[in-house]
Ligand binder design. Structure first.
Ligand code: FMN
Length: 177
């Protein structure tokens, strides 16, 4: 959907080449995060991958990510008012592939345990986990900016999975000088 309030509120800017925009932004490495939830009506898990997850505020402890308005998973996750986060580890490319696919049975064959706060999937072996309550959804053009309050968090010991220039990889520490 492109006819959002923000799109209407902004004066027309320069014509932007979308492919170039993607390419330029692809130079910014991001983490790869599984956002999951339990759909209120069905009690079934739903999930998606986001590269837009980040901390927003320390006091109160808030996090944010952007959900595409075309996503079929975010509308299911948001029904419970809670969401869970697994910061994927370098070895979890299979989880990234499974959750970024469209479709119903994204969790088949993945290794997860119910989160302490809402029972949504936490992927075992991830780099970190958080449970959040959704406190606000803000218009962000063709995405919705989701703001969550942190209810629970835990760090693991795995190295993170990184997305950079369209490819998945691992974090490489700079050579010592
Ligand atoms: C590395 C990576 C980063 C992504 N980042 C986002 C994101 O920030 N927001 C988003 O809505 N979708 C993002 N996606 C796409 C979704 O994970 C996924 O394709 C989509 O949610 C699946 O469709 P569904 O929501 O209809 O199930 C990303 C996918 C990948 C592989």
């Amino acid at each position: 959907m492109s006819s959002t309030a923000l799109a209407h509120a902004l004066p027309a800017g320069p014509a932007i080449d979308q492919r170039l925009f993607r390419d330029v932004m692809g130079h910014l490495p991001t983490g790869v995060v599984a956002v999951t939830g339990i759909e209120a009506d069905t009690g079934r898990p739903a999930g998606m991958i986001v590269g837009t997850f980040q901390s927003l505020s320390l006091t109160p402890a808030l996090v944010t990510f952007s959900a595409d308005r075309a996503s079929t998973s975010w509308p299911r996750i948001r029904t419970s008012g809670r969401f869970s986060v697994s910061v994927l580890a370098e070895h979890q490319t299979d989880v990234c592939q499974a959750l970024s696919r469209k479709g119903d049975d994204k969790f088949a064959g993945t290794d997860w345990v119910p989160s302490p706060e809402n029972g949504a999937p936490h992927f075992r072996g991830a780099a970190a986990w958080l449970d959040c309550e959704t406190v606000r959804e803000v218009d962000g053009g063709d995405h919705v900016i989701v703001i969550g309050r942190v209810l629970y968090m835990e760090a693991g010991s795995s190295e993170p999975l990184v997305f950079h220039r369209g490819r998945l990889g691992g974090y490489r520490a700079p050579a010592a000088v």
